[in-house]
Design a protein around this ligand. Structure first.
Ligand SMILES: *[C@@H]1O[C@H](CO)[C@@H](O)[C@H](O)[C@H]1NC(C)=O
Ligand SMILES: *[C@@H]1O[C@H](CO)[C@@H](O)[C@H](O)[C@H]1NC(C)=O
Ligand SMILES: *[C@@H]1O[C@H](CO)[C@@H](O)[C@H](O)[C@H]1NC(C)=O
Length: 404
């Protein structure tokens, strides 16, 4: 008896070592147009931090992995930790991150070349999941991108099969082969499987199993040859959504089409529909929410630009007021919104903030922020707490920089 028990105990202890400091995390579920955590309604507001798996904004010390063509490098663990602790202070529950799902086509990607896997790329992703879990945050991520940025996307999958078309200007209709060509669909599904079956050494769980990643999106801002055309075949969306559920029955699926494609509302395996807001627009938002409500599904405003150039139609205050008012209803339908996008210190350098040039960089706690910027950040923080049913004052508490 004893000699049999001992090795079993040792195995048990070895497992406990990797996981015992992490609280157990229940799954987020969907009931109709509502997300739930342990039977209670759960809201999903937070921020976008697109660079958690792979960054393009920092030149790393020499000797560290770096791909000059795109300035691609892995973020430091300290940068990731600072993001999670700061989002918690900001009242966020979720973080949306492109590079937690999109990582193809350059030497630092999860899949540098078709069918090739670069295990090193999982290190920052694994750490992201660990730290999100430690701070009680949830992650969702798209599996591909409509564009051709450093982290890759649908154009990489097309190039791998000899379809080399420009990603800007007038887009060749052949771009639709990403959704229609059986070979390319299977390549994409194989990539999804590699991501979802990866086992995270920090948690002992695969990404498919891990409730910290509560949802995957079929893609980011997907469309067809014309920007914003929502031209994503229903069959493709259904096939990808069903594939995600097959690998992870408890994962929620977000339709990655840019805008609400009403033809997709009947797809059973899709849980959440989303739209992005540049500018913020309460009319567009309320119409989308209504449409998704008719299908009894959940709605996310998964990106909104928060700076003045995004407030030409609706102000931040008007946008938040609509979303918060919905929460008073029996069926709010909209259960989350996510600002674009968060950058913090160049950790371990805790003096310098990382810059990004898209005009939407939110640097919480940067002493150089002008008063009007601080005011907007304070509104975002109050809104994210309001989405949790909590009221906080306007002052912004300091966020520690881990300096590691
Ligand atoms: C890489 O970063 C350097 C220094 O910031 C910049 O001059 C260069 O344009 C960047 N290259 C790319 C491809 O973004
Ligand atoms: C799909 O792409 C492959 C590789 O480019 C090509 O050989 C095949 O003809 C395409 N299939 C269809 C149906 O277009
Ligand atoms: C703050 O005010 C300046 C000067 O009017 C303006 O250029 C900037 O866009 C404002 N920023 C925010 C976040 O409101």
């Amino acid at each position: 008896m004893y000699s049999l028990l001992l090795p079993l105990l040792l195995v048990g202890e070895a497992l406990a070592l990797t996981t015992n400091f992490l609280p157990s995390t229940p799954h987020i579920t969907r009931s109709g147009s509502e997300l739930r955590l342990q039977g209670e309604r759960w809201t999903a507001s937070g921020g976008n931090v697109y660079w958690l798996g792979l960054d393009e904004n920092v030149i790393p010390p020499s000797g560290e992995p770096f791909y000059v063509k795109y300035n691609a490098s892995y973020p430091t663990k300290g940068r990731i930790t600072e993001v999670m602790s700061t989002l918690k202070i900001m009242g966020a529950r979720t973080v949306r991150s492109q590079t937690m799902g999109v990582s193809v086509g350059n030497p630092l990607s999860v899949m540098p070349e078709l069918g090739e896997v670069n295990e090193r790329a999982f290190e920052s992703m694994d750490w992201t999941v660990r730290e999100a879990k430690r701070f009680g945050l949830r992650i969702f991520a798209p599996f591909t991108d409509n564009y051709d940025y450093y982290h890759g996307g649908k154009f990489v999958f097309l190039r791998w099969r000899g379809i080399d078309i420009a990603s800007t200007g007038t887009i060749d209709p052949q771009v639709q082969e990403f959704y229609t060509n059986r070979t390319i669909i299977n390549d994409f599904k194989n990539y999804i499987k590699i991501i979802m079956t990866h086992r995270n050494p920090y948690t002992g769980l695969t990404y498919a199993e891990d409730p910290t990643i509560f949802a995957y999106e079929t893609g980011n801002e997907l469309g067809g040859p014309v920007f914003g055309d929502k031209n994503v075949p229903t069959e493709w969306t259904q096939e990808i959504a069903e594939f995600i559920k097959k690998l992870a029955p408890k994962k929620l699926v977000v339709d990655g089409t840019y805008g609400i494609n009403e033809a997709h509302l009947g797809i059973k395996s899709v849980d959440i529909f989303s739209d992005h807001f540049y500018p913020m627009d309460v009319d567009k938002l309320s119409k989308g929410v209504e449409a998704v409500g008719t299908a009894d599904k959940v709605y996310f405003a998964a990106e909104y630009g928060w700076t003045p150039q995004s407030q030409t139609k609706s102000t931040l205050g008007e946008f938040f007021a609509y979303i918060e008012k919905q929460q008073q209803k029996k069926k709010p339908i909209i259960s989350g919104d996510h600002f674009w996008s968060l950058f913090l210190h160049n950790v371990p350098d805790c003096k310098t903030f990382v810059e990004h040039n898209d005009g939407f960089t939110l640097q919480y706690g940067n002493p150089k922020n002008p008063a009007n910027t601080t005011e907007q950040i304070s509104k975002i923080r109050q809104h994210m707490f309001a989405m949790q049913g909590l009221r906080v004052g306007a002052s912004l508490p300091p966020a520690p920089c881990p300096g590691i």
